[in-house]
Design a protein around this ligand. Structure first.
Ligand SMILES: [Mg+2]
Length: 188
């Protein structure tokens, strides 16, 4: 079968990693609970930044956010290695900007994710992911963003949402923990 994965906040814990970087950069004492209480994808609010300032902060920190030591979610690498081992095709579809695409691929390989060079897509807009996913004729696709999953609701791909504070309303198969992926997949 063909499996597709978003990267940020689906396979790796990017927002929390960025939140911790912001704490250092802005010298703010915030707790993990403050992070978990954020109910939107953007993380700037607890730092007292406006949406515009938040966007600026994100873009000026991007290189550091992407290419330092952001952890994969527990079980994510192991799950993809197992799928690979079972002979399935694994695709990555990330909306990270084009200029960071190849370096992201290398970074993901370094983390231990199984990656075939021509199975790695980047640089599209969130709403353009649907075209790649349909062209690839994926059996399963996992993402965290409600707006992306919504564009796929009328397609034949089996959707799985990686549980996050901002996607509670998404009504598709859900994984809180990557160790549950195989069970969820087998029940679809
Ligand atoms: Mg994502």
């Amino acid at each position: 079968m063909k499996f597709g994965f978003d990267i940020d906040d689906t396979l790796i814990n990017l927002r929390e990693h960025a939140f911790n970087l912001y704490k250092q950069k802005l010298n703010k004492q915030l707790s993990r609970d403050d992070f978990l209480a954020i109910k939107r994808v953007e993380i700037h609010e607890p730092f007292g930044l406006s949406d515009e300032q938040g966007k600026e902060m994100w873009n000026s920190s991007l290189e550091e956010i992407y290419f330092t030591d952001c952890p994969a979610f527990p079980g994510a690498i192991e799950t993809l290695l197992e799928l690979d081992h079972q002979g399935h095709d694994i695709y990555y579809i990330t909306a990270r900007p084009k200029e960071h695409g190849e370096r992201t691929k290398d970074w993901m390989k370094e983390q231990g994710f199984p990656i075939q060079d021509d199975h790695f897509y980047y640089g599209m807009k969130d709403e353009e992911k649907v075209h790649i996913i349909q062209d690839l004729d994926l059996d399963f696709y996992v993402d965290d963003k409600p707006s992306v999953l919504r564009t796929l609701s009328n397609t034949s791909v089996n959707l799985v949402v990686k549980d996050q504070s901002y996607n509670e309303e998404v009504k598709v198969a859900r994984i809180v923990d990557w160790v549950d992926f195989m069970t969820v997949m087998n029940n679809e």
